[in-house]
Design a protein around this ligand. Structure first.
Ligand code: BMA
Length: 322
């Protein structure tokens, strides 16, 4: 199966980003958004790059999930300077998870020592407080589960232990960690590993997992790195045991989205689809999302634009079992 691309794709490009003086003028690119719902509205937290190659986070809001109004200011993470004690060059790839009615954002932080994960909290998606850097390991693609288990927060994360030629440190394992306070994390074990020679040799989590009757449905990205200089980023899905999320129940053999459209094939980083946000079309799908619910998947395309694609929960579960 293939996720169905929206007709109006790409749904956000640099042309949609207003000039925000003094530093974000004539934005270069917008990609890899976090996504969530605020009542009937869909909210994206956009990764926007300026021509200085500085990164800004900018909120955008929509009624229909396709046409977004973009904020005229960049997002401020209150408490960031007080809680970070080294230079952070970029704060990027936000993943938003709603837990007990509050919003939590996992963020990648680019430092001289590699990538670290940071976490922020918001009650209303207007004010965001940076809670802290979550440990000293080189990690990326951190994403929180929408529920706690026995009071503990759970996170999927990707240790960066591999270096692509000329590229950033990356990895081939998604791991589960738990925490009582969101700052100190303890690894529980490996969940998913890259499959050498196939589409997902290197992997990293996409949007937060979704509880379904069959288990946690989770989208991830896989990188095929055996095409010379070109690393092809694709999307796949996995179903994790509802009670023991380190156990994989089923996993898509094929990718469910790969770069095919011109705006996915070319851009700042060619051949990239990078799923990072997911919401249900239905504003109130209940705690266990039914198989007929339609999911809206927001993804970065070629590190340049934002795409939207969809599928039902049932279609994705079937694809995992294929
Ligand atoms: C990954 C991350 C993503 C990016 C992707 C493709 O390692 O840096 O932010 O979209 O590479 O460049």
């Amino acid at each position: 199966m293939t996720l169905r691309r929206a007709k109006l794709n790409p749904i956000l490009t640099r042309a949609d980003i207003p000039d925000i003086a003094p530093h974000l003028i004539d934005a270069t690119s917008v990609f890899n958004p976090g996504a969530t719902r605020l009542g009937s509205k869909i909210v994206l937290l956009l990764r926007v790059q300026a021509r200085s190659r500085e990164t800004y986070l900018v909120l955008a809001e929509s009624n229909d999930g396709v046409k977004f109004g973009v904020d005229r200011h960049t997002l401020r993470l209150e408490g960031f300077e007080a809680r970070v004690h080294e230079i952070v060059y970029h704060v990027y790839d936000p993943r938003i998870t709603k837990i007990d009615g509050e919003y939590f954002v996992m963020l990648a932080l680019d430092t001289d020592r590699g990538c670290r994960l940071g976490v922020a909290h918001s009650a209303d998606l207007r004010r965001f407080e940076f809670l802290g850097v979550t440990g000293d390991e080189d990690l990326r693609n951190g994403v929180l589960f929408p529920e706690r288990f026995d009071g503990a927060y759970m996170r999927l994360e990707r240790p960066n232990r591999t270096r692509l030629p000329g590229g950033p440190a990356t990895g081939d394992e998604i791991r589960l960690s738990i925490s009582s306070n969101l700052i100190e994390w303890e690894p529980v074990g490996g969940v998913l590993h890259g499959r050498d020679h196939y589409w997902d040799e290197l992997i990293g989590s996409g949007p937060p997992p979704l509880r379904t009757a069959e288990g946690w449905l989770h989208l991830y990205h896989g990188v095929a790195r055996h095409f010379g200089q070109s690393n092809i980023y694709q999307a796949g899905a996995v179903l994790l045991d509802p009670d023991h999320p380190t156990r994989v129940k089923a996993r898509t053999r094929c990718n469910i989205l790969e770069p095919r459209e011109s705006w996915e094939l070319t851009g700042q980083v060619p051949n990239v689809v990078f799923p990072s946000g997911l919401v249900t079309r239905n504003p109130d799908p209940g705690e266990i999302v039914g198989i007929d619910e339609e999911l809206l998947v927001y993804y970065g395309a070629a590190d340049t634009a934002v795409g939207l694609a969809s599928a039902t929960v049932g279609e994705l579960i079937d694809a995992c079992h294929d």
